[in-house]
Write a protein that binds this ligand. Structure first.
Ligand SMILES: [Zn+2]
Length: 433
């Protein structure tokens, strides 16, 4: 097994916690003395740099949200003077102003380090040809992969996104071994290869590092089968550093978080309280080595769980599950937090139904009710009513034991639930508040 930085990637938890505590203290000091926004918030909470003596005390610190970044647009949360900033990136907001992030020279070096770990854990090394089909520019995808690729000594091909014919030509002529892009573009490229008549035997592709958008296990299998490669999931967000926050190893059982740089927590998005180990909740990051834009308890809105057990690859770095949706989608039904993605996961386990569903929430006699309408699979639709009843009660039991809620399940005919090009309207909440 190859590691880029065995010292940190395989560190014992006690030693790691000491490193994290020390780095957190330094970060809190940095923001307290250099970022008025954080100083005000900490003074409001009655805490200062001396209040933090270990990583466990992180729970005393205030949260940061995307709105805080917008309110301090463009450089208000930077902790160094602009003369020390060597790079700016920005993500286009769907509403209003973009989010701006700044890097010092050391931050760029940290970024290269975590990306070198990412590529190494995906099985890449100096002998690889890495074709980077992520966009270059204000988006962090292209340059992040670029730094990591150069750092491990691979031959980097900075082709950027689009122009699929040229992607195929370079892939064939240069002998690309690792493809880096979004998973949807990887599928597009796979289909283009099949249509172009190029045989996979003419290519040397053996792995792909895919991220920057959510993707399912089904999509992974499709990419792996069509391209005959290992498809590795990577995770990052520009606010934290860009790609390089977390990545799968070749075991493909969760994404290792580079927690000596980015400290993760899982919180209840409603109460903001930390949740017990292994719970599904909102992922929060504190950057503990960043200089330009350190962020304290940044709420990602991504839903996942953390697994602290040692991975078969030998790394001790905590693993996060593939993200299961956004905390903004959370429903509270009779005091129980419920995410549509939890239901979707259960539906995917049953072959008799399709993951096309609608959740209808209502309040009748002051009691929340929930109905799940779900499509029966075409091949089971002709079954006798008694069989449909069996499917229905099996699903009802599954839902009840997973969520603790009694759910009314209604099976509907195939293809009757409205399809949507963009974000599907999964939830209809009729409760009056
Ligand atoms: Zn691993």
């Amino acid at each position: 097994m190859e590691y880029w930085n065995r010292h940190f990637e395989c560190m014992e938890r006690d030693s790691l916690k000491k490193v994290q505590g020390q780095r957190l203290r330094e970060t809190v000091e940095r923001v307290y003395f250099n970022v008025p926004y954080y100083r005000d918030k900490m003074q409001e909470a009655g805490i200062g740099p001396d209040s933090i003596s270990s990583i466990d005390e992180i729970v005393k610190l205030p949260f940061t949200t995307k709105n805080d970044l917008r309110d301090n647009y463009p450089f208000g949360l930077f902790a160094v003077s602009m003369s020390e900033i060597v790079r700016l990136h920005a993500s286009s907001g769907t509403t209003g102003k973009p989010t701006v992030v700044g890097y010092t020279r050391n931050d760029i070096s940290t970024w290269s380090e975590v990306m070198a770990r990412t590529l190494t854990s995906a099985g890449a090394n100096r002998n690889d040809f890495i074709q980077i089909a992520y966009g270059y520019g204000l988006f962090t995808g292209g340059l992040g992969l670029h730094y990591g690729g150069e750092k491990i000594g691979a031959s980097v091909i900075p082709v950027s996104g689009g122009n699929t014919n040229r992607q195929l030509q370079l892939m064939k002529d240069f002998g690309t071994t690792v493809l880096a892009c979004t998973p949807s573009y990887a599928l597009y490229i796979a289909e283009a290869i099949h249509e172009s008549g190029i045989s996979l035997g003419d290519l040397k592709l053996r792995a792909g590092v895919f991220g920057a958008e959510p993707w399912t296990e089904n999509m992974r299998h499709e990419i792996e089968n069509k391209l005959k490669i290992k498809a590795i999931d990577i995770y990052g967000l520009s606010e934290v550093i860009g790609p390089g926050v977390a990545s799968e190893c070749i075991v493909q059982d969760g994404l290792h978080i580079n927690e000596d740089h980015f400290f993760p927590e899982i919180i209840d998005p409603e109460t903001l309280k930390p949740l017990p180990e292994g719970s599904l909740g909102e992922l929060v990051f504190t950057t503990i080595t960043k200089e330009g834009l350190p962020l304290i308890r940044y709420r990602t809105r991504d839903l996942t769980r953390l697994n602290y057990s040692k991975c078969r690859c030998g790394r001790t770095l905590v693993r996060m599950d593939k993200c299961m949706g956004r905390s903004d989608d959370m429903l509270i039904i009779r005091g129980v937090n419920l995410f549509p993605s939890q239901i979707e996961t259960l539906l995917l386990e049953m072959k008799e139904i399709k993951p096309h569903y609608r959740i209808i929430v209502d309040r009748i006699n002051n009691l929340d009710t929930m109905e799940l309408q779900v499509e029966i699979a075409e091949e089971f639709f002709q079954d006798r009513i008694s069989q449909l009843q069996t499917i229905r009660s099996a699903l009802q039991d599954k839902l009840e034991s997973a969520t603790g809620l009694a759910v009314k399940v209604t099976l509907v005919e195939p293809k009757t639930i409205e399809r949507s090009e963009g974000k599907a309207q999964r939830v209809i909440d009729r409760r009056k508040y």
